[in-house]
Ligand binder design. Structure first.
Ligand SMILES: [Zn+2]
Length: 263
């Protein structure tokens, strides 16, 4: 085999991580181990080391424990004013009506990216609430980031009624590749996206294959607190063009969140 030097492209902007979390000392923090650290100081030190300055976040407690959602939203809303690199996903639990009003208020802040939903951890069926949740997001012309479980393709009919909402189906997953890519490809208004966060994008053609099927403009970069080096390297050294890599790593985020991120 001929030897070659692998060069990283010269990206014109540092990556924007649209999907992460952290622990901050809440009693509902996500359990952590020595091998997977979730503390805010550790997370921040990683971003500082690699030069990432824009991260869309919800606290772990807000997605793991429904009883603390509004309190955690308030905590994070204060934090975005203190920490440059922190951008907020405001969490709604549709069974707690006050979280809608809270979201409506917070969404006017330029560092609030949109609404985060975690039906699996919060313990409700998204199909019971999707209509009202998405109609609300549509009225706010905002982006919804959902941790999908068994309902990827069933999200499309709801998105098809909400042209002013954008929906990110998190955690592009090689084992459900067809479902993710079909749902994105057939969205009537082209308003469904996915992100690379988590470890389900480790398969060797999942991101490249998704770009082929739905285009690089439908995929966003996220870590979900997994190794930044893995997630960044997975895209930076993939078999994609520099333009496609840049779309995923940061350009799509500037398009989806024009008030938060300058292009
Ligand atoms: Zn997440």
């Amino acid at each position: 085999m001929e030897q070659s030097t692998t060069l990283l492209p010269n990206f014109t902007h540092s990556p924007i991580d649209v999907h992460s979390h952290f622990n901050h000392g809440s009693k509902f923090d996500c359990p952590e181990t020595e091998a997977h650290i979730r503390d805010i100081n550790f997370i921040e030190s990683v971003y500082r080391r690699v030069g990432v300055t824009q991260v869309g976040i919800s606290t772990f407690a807000s997605v793991t424990e429904p009883t603390c959602v509004s309190e955690e939203n308030e905590y994070l809303h204060r934090l975005i004013k203190e920490k440059d690199w922190v951008y907020q996903w405001v969490v709604i639990d549709p069974r707690q009506k006050e979280t809608y009003a809270q979201a409506q208020r917070m969404l006017t802040h330029p560092k609030v990216l949109g609404i985060k939903l975690h039906p699996a951890y919060h313990g409700y069926r998204i199909l019971d609430y999707a209509q009202e949740l998405f109609a609300f997001a549509n009225s706010q012309k905002t982006v919804v980031l959902i941790h999908p479980q068994y309902e990827i393709s069933s999200m499309r009919p709801f998105a098809d009624k909400c042209p002013d909402m954008k929906l990110i189906l998190a955690h592009l997953d090689s084992t459900r590749f067809q479902e993710y890519t079909d749902t994105i490809a057939y969205a009537e208004y082209g308003n469904i996206y996915t992100d690379t966060s988590g470890r389900a994008s480790a398969a060797n053609n999942v991101i490249e294959g998704a770009v082929q099927r739905v285009g690089s403009q439908k995929i966003l970069f996220g870590t979900d607190t997994y190794s930044y080096a893995f997630q960044f390297g997975r895209i930076a050294l993939s078999a994609l063009s520099t333009e496609e890599k840049e779309n995923i790593l940061w350009k799509n985020a500037t398009r989806l969140f024009p008030n938060a991120f300058l292009s």
